[in-house]
Design a protein around this ligand. Structure first.
Ligand SMILES: [Zn+2]
Length: 66
């Protein structure tokens, strides 16, 4: 399934890495599942080459639906 830009509806370039400027580490998305359990994932980014819009996404998003 191709991602479409929210702004101009063009095709987006997927699989881009997310990095925090000045640090060596990217972002991590964490969902708490109780006291000790949590699920986490590193988001990737998709970029629209037409207008520059950037969207974050997670590949195994179904893990968060438990
Ligand atoms: Zn766009």
């Amino acid at each position: 399934m191709k991602r479409r830009c929210n702004q101009c509806h063009g095709d987006m370039i997927e699989d881009c890495l997310v990095n925090v400027q000045g640090g060596m580490y990217g972002l991590t998305i964490i969902k708490k599942m109780g006291l000790l359990k949590s699920v986490s994932a590193k988001p990737k980014a998709s970029v629209c080459p037409n207008c520059g819009y950037v969207a974050l996404y997670i590949e195994d998003a179904s893990e968060f639906n438990k």
